[in-house]
Write a protein that binds this ligand. Sequence first.
Ligand SMILES: NC(=O)c1ccc[n+]([C@@H]2O[C@H](COP(=O)([O-])OP(=O)(O)OC[C@H]3O[C@@H](n4cnc5c(N)ncnc54)[C@H](O)[C@@H]3O)[C@@H](O)[C@H]2O)c1
Length: 447
Amino acid sequence: MPHTANRRSFIQAASLAGAALSLPAAQYSRVYGANEKLRIASVGTGGKGWSDLNGVAASPEVQVVGLCNIDSSRAHLGQAAEKYPNARQYADWRKLLDASKDIDGVLVSTPDFMHAPISMAAMHLGKHVFCQKPLSHSVHEARQMQLAAQKYDLVTQMCNQIQSHSAYRTAVHWVHSGLLGKVKEVHSWQGGQPSWPRNIPAPQGSDPVPTTVDWELWQGVAPDRHYKTGMYHPFNWRGWQDYGTGQLGDFACHILDPVFKSLKLGSPTRLTVQAPALLPESWTDRSTVRYEFPGTEYTLNRSIPVTWYDAAGVLPPRERLGSVPTDYKLPGAGSVIVGEKGSMVIPHVAMPTLFPVDQSPAGELPVIEGVDHYTQWADACRGVGQTTSHFDYAGPLTEAVLLGTIGIRFPDQELQWNAKKLEITNLPAAQEWISKSYRNGWEPAWV
Ligand SMILES: NC(=O)c1ccc[n+]([C@@H]2O[C@H](COP(=O)([O-])OP(=O)(O)OC[C@H]3O[C@@H](n4cnc5c(N)ncnc54)[C@H](O)[C@@H]3O)[C@@H](O)[C@H]2O)c1
């Protein structure tokens, strides 16, 4: 029988979290008075941004002072404006930041390609940042965001919020407490079939821009493109290289997160991707990324292989999953961490299941309670506690994920990575993709 988390013995999150989870570069710019609120602004108030805004604003110590959206319709700016009537409203995030004296922290919930430009501008102004995943659209941007957070001593959090759920915290704890023994390899996968477009040519022609949408502002730093209904804004931008990061970028910052946290992974040393030839503008509908990371205190060897698979219906090879029984129904997305003493299945998103071999410990397995990822950031901004997906953690995680998206452009070729130098050392053509160019007049200021 597998050990599952429903036989739970709750352990005080407070006492264990510190030991089980890695520590941020604690950064607090000032101490807040007891009645003093954290004043926040949200950029991208629709889609996921709506729940980001409400998640942070749920804290009684938070006041919403600014709302920004390029789309004034109800689903985007409208409902936020109704719920937070005292907040100033903007279409252009640059104007929001121009008038941001009373803003302490900014939520960045826009499509991926605008995360870094907006976050960098906010951090240059000394604002704490809560940013959606993946942290950025290029590896260079992720590094810059980490450096900016360090330079200005800011409280940051990437929104891979499942990290704070009981499920992922418990999985991390089980690895740290030695239940699997030293870890030999990891397999992570996303077998879902997304609704957004992939592997298709760029659409021809143009459609009228809805009167509520400022298409120029939506395009921001990206190259100019005609508006097409249902192709980009909202949500479907994910499938286009100029805007999104494909299925890998969409999910790996979640699914690889308990792998990174539990094994304390940093930067890979090399990776090789298997994927079909990429069309010029859209992302692929399948990839396998074979990473090699330096070993850590939790790994058996001096390096550890971590393999990512995405394709509709994909599952990792059963023969690589250690003690997971071959007839066990794997989740549609998740990870298997294979250790010396057993294997742990971490579904995305549900409690982990451990398949112990003979020496499995008797009795119940500890379950770590969840915390609120949004409140954690708001509290940390006010000097209470620390965030766990701060940019010192989320930066390297995002870099690894986005290196995979570069590998998709160079199938079957190994990329050797020098993280310190931010350099793919063996393939100059791949190195070109570490950074990107920006529309004239929209170039971000770097650290
Ligand atoms: N953490 C999660 O579980 C999770 C889930 C879904 C999406 N996301 C992330 O959230 C982000 C947004 O994804 P989405 O699915 O909500 O996209 P979306 O296109 O549905 O929503 C984006 C919102 O931002 C607005 N917007 C776009 N550009 C803007 C700009 N320059 N300034 C101001 N507002 C702008 C849009 O009008 C829209 O309201 C992405 O980074 C995505 O990866 C995370």
